[in-house]
Design a protein around this ligand. Structure first.
Ligand code: ACM
Length: 522
């Protein structure tokens, strides 16, 4: 490519053209002026166009002496092809300004035909335990796009913080978006960070994030976690808690980690309150799926609450599990009536799951297998495999080590579709997702360290991995990683180097919670 090279965007490809021109102008300094006709792109120009013969998200990239042509089955396919084109230009194509204006930018002559294996290629980011300012979220969307990931699961609420402005319930952010101090390390650690931590996204921030994601063909799936993981909401509105069991006015936003006993009361008031929350959430997020959490809801307060027990009797339910199922079922119908679909963590299977709801299978494969067999759609994200908050090396230098050792190779060999499923059942596996819980990740460098390089291996699993992990070429992947580390360097990603953490990536003296031995298999 030279300063005379032009970019021709066929009908329906203007979005990808805008992204590509912006990215390449920054990195190369070349103007990539608009070509009005395909043939006018110059001998080494770029053409983008839709090709009806290709499938959803599929693309074909041809580079020859006529230049580069990227064809996609849809706009998303063209966009993924544009990502591949940047990859082919080398690591410096990921920079924000040119290093050398006289440089020759050449794409090798080749043809690539490519399509994703899964339509849900997700990353979950917990911004509740540690808030990630908006700029960091936009950066993660760029990193996702560079790895052809297309679902951003946005974990917006938890015991330790409420991160989304809700106009009709302003105390959710006035009170719920910050805590006075924070446990440093695992909950058994004696250390505290004695300063307030907080932050939230305004409605305009959310609109910007959703629009930025959409330009990158990423869907944002919001999560409002109910009926557990709700202490920040109860601290803001004490009437949401089990007021006949504890003094909920004494609760503050939680400052430590673990499974919290203070859960929502199963009252009409709570349902109406959260319908109001979800109404505003639906206004801001156009995604088909809306995540309602449903995980880790201890039932002790419901067992002790006269109000909860009366509700169980009135509804003719067997127990507290069925009460949770009723609670989730309420929002399933409520969302379905508004043309959306509920998705929740696999605990929502307990006590019966509403038709149409989908499951994020996190406690292993079992929940996902049960859900798929019952005809529910599933996103596979088992904690034993793709919880990237878990440590990536057994060595003593890992910062605040949590969970099982899951190396780059382990993630590369993760298979989302359990072999027990028949082909018909396996069709319910929409795809897979890596999860980043941020209890011990206080800033974006810590998030980068846990996410990379493993997210690159995960992205290959989601896009192109052979179903049999034994057939996957990890040596080949490692060779390709050598080039990919240079791209991550250019992007400024604070990944874990293959040789181990750099001195400033270590956290000596901060207690983690390593689990000995290999993770249980499925
Ligand atoms: C979860 O890890 N509690 C979904």
């Amino acid at each position: 490519m030279t300063e005379h090279s032009r970019l021709h965007a066929g009908t329906g490809t203007q979005g990808a053209a805008h992204w590509l021109r912006t990215a390449l102008r920054q990195a190369t300094g070349l103007p990539l002026r608009e070509a009005r006709e395909p043939d006018d792109a110059g001998g080494d120009g770029i053409g983008l166009r839709l090709a009806p013969g290709l499938g959803p998200e599929e693309y074909r990239l041809v580079s020859d002496r006529n230049g580069v042509l990227v064809e996609g089955g849809d706009a998303a396919g063209v966009f993924w092809g544009a990502q591949t084109l940047r990859q082919l230009l080398g690591p410096d194509a990921y920079r924000r300004a040119p290093l050398d204006r006289d440089r020759d930018w050449a794409v090798p002559y080749l043809t690539i035909e490519d399509a994703p294996r899964f339509r849900w290629r997700g990353l979950m980011l917990d911004v509740a335990r540690h808030f990630m300012p908006k700029e960091g979220v936009l950066r993660y969307l760029d990193l996702m796009a560079a790895h052809k990931l297309n679902v951003f699961h946005f974990h917006l609420t938890d015991d330790q913080g409420w991160r989304i402005e809700i106009q009709r319930h302003p105390r959710l952010t006035e009170i719920g978006s910050w805590r006075a101090r924070t446990k440093t390390g695992h909950r058994a650690s004696p250390l505290w960070e004695e300063k307030p931590h907080g932050g939230y996204y305004t409605r305009d921030d959310i609109r910007e994030i959703v629009a930025y994601a959409a330009e990158r063909h990423i869907t944002v799936v919001p999560e409002i976690d109910v009926p557990g993981h709700s202490q920040a909401a109860i601290a803001a509105y004490p009437e949401l808690g089990n007021t006949d069991v504890i003094d909920t006015t004494a609760l503050s936003v939680w400052d430590t980690w673990g499974i919290n006993p203070n859960v929502l009361a199963p009252t009409d008031n709570t349902l109406r309150f959260y319908e109001g929350v979800f109404e505003e959430v639906l206004e801001l997020f156009p995604s088909e799926f809306v995540h309602v959490g449903g995980d880790e809801c201890p039932k002790d307060q419901w067992r002790r609450s006269k109000t909860a027990q009366a509700r169980i009797r009135e509804l003719g339910l067997a127990d507290e599990d069925e009460l949770q199922s009723w609670f989730i079922g309420h929002f399933d119908s409520w969302l379905a009536a508004r043309g959306r679909r509920l998705i929740g963590w696999d605990e929502i299977l307990e006590g019966g799951l509403a038709e149409g709801a989908a499951v994020s299978s996190w406690r292993g494969y079992a929940g996902g297998i049960a859900a798929a067999r019952a005809g529910h759609d599933v996103v596979m994200c088992p904690e034993q495999q793709v919880y990237l908050d878990h440590r990536q090396d057994p060595g003593p230098e890992e910062p605040v080590p949590i969970g099982w050792v899951r190396t780059l190779e382990d993630v590369y060999r993760f298979e989302p579709v359990p072999p027990e499923l028949t082909p018909d059942e396996a069709r319910h596996v929409l795809g897979t997702q890596a999860n980043l819980w941020t209890e011990v990740m206080e800033d974006h460098a810590r998030v980068d360290y846990q996410a990379f390089p493993r997210l690159a291996a995960f992205a290959e699993v989601a896009w192109s991995a052979l179903p049999d992990p034994a057939e996957r070429d990890f040596d080949g992947f490692q060779r390709r990683m050598t080039a990919h580390y240079r791209r991550l360097d250019a992007l400024g990603v604070a990944y874990r180097p293959p040789t181990g953490p750099l001195p400033w990536q270590r956290r000596p003296g901060v207690l983690g919670r390593p689990i000995d031995g290999p993770p249980p298999s499925r």
